[in-house]
Design a protein. Structure first.
Length: 137
């Protein structure tokens, strides 16, 4: 909303966008909770159409978010494998299965928002294949 308002008033500056996105990227890079990751990627994806990709991001910031996304994809994939293994081996209570299903749902939301962000950068980005594979897996 801040970007939209600033753009309407012709006060949107590249420095404002870069600083905001840098903080968002730092949060994405450090976050491990898939529920919060989904929100962070969603905020980023919703902002891109307002500010535009080329004018909003320096090459360094762009590379940083792509690297963070690669790491998060690897982490989410590892977490999913662990959850599947635990589900196959364990005869845990229904609560644990419900909790695991909720975590997987949140991971799927994060993956969907990652996909939107990557597509905004480049509709043919190679990481889109990895994200799609994790969503199906």
């Amino acid at each position: 909303m801040l970007f939209s308002y600033a753009k309407q008033r012709n006060t949107l500056m590249n420095q404002m966008v870069s600083t905001t996105f840098l903080q968002l990227f730092n949060s994405i890079s450090a976050e491990h909770d898939s529920r919060f990751l989904a929100s962070l990627y969603s905020y980023f994806s919703e902002s891109l159409p307002i500010v535009g990709v080329p004018e909003a991001l320096s090459q360094q910031i762009h590379e940083s978010i792509i690297e963070a996304t690669k790491r998060l994809l690897q982490s989410l994939a590892a977490d999913k494998r662990k959850a599947r293994a635990a589900r196959d081996v364990s005869h845990a209570a229904d609560f644990n299965r419900d909790e695991m299903a909720l975590v997987e749902e949140m991971e799927d939301f994060a993956l969907e928002d990652m996909e939107k962000m990557l597509a905004a950068f480049d509709p043919s980005h190679l990481l889109l294949v990895a994200v799609s594979g994790e969503e199906e897996g």
